[in-house]
Write a protein that binds this ligand. Sequence first.
Ligand code: HEC
Length: 114
Amino acid sequence: MKRLLLMSVVCSALMGCKTVPPPKPLTQLTPQEHAGYVAYQQNCAQCHYDRDTGSLHGPSLLGVYKKPYLQSGAPANDERITWTIQHGRGMMPPLGGQVSPDDIASILAYLKTL
Ligand code: HEC
């Protein structure tokens, strides 16, 4: 019993371990999360999978808020992800000119359902 508990703790500490809960079903999204889903399809989906693992042009954002760190090692939090959207990173273009602060807030709400 004790051993099992220890194993699940070790397991959830490792990346890639399938202990993350699945994304919230699209039919259960709140209005803001749904607005974020729509904005995601317009601004992010061409480069990032949301409900699937694996890389497209950028890393999959499935479970992005369920992991402590982004691909770069930066913390997975609102501040960092907002900054990335506005200013870009590496091969990701800055999107601050095309995605409004309202849309960013909705996109973050949607990302938290993944
Ligand atoms: C034109 C392609 C493209 C678009 C559009 C795009 N991204 Fe990215 N994104 C990338 C690439 C490529 C990377 C990897 C950058 C790197 O680390 O060099 C990335 C990285 C990221 C990261 C990880 C940053 C880190 O610190 O590791 C996040 C989070 C992210 N993108 C979110 C988004 C969101 C949200 C949107 C929509 C608002 C979006 N991206 C739109 C290509 C894109």
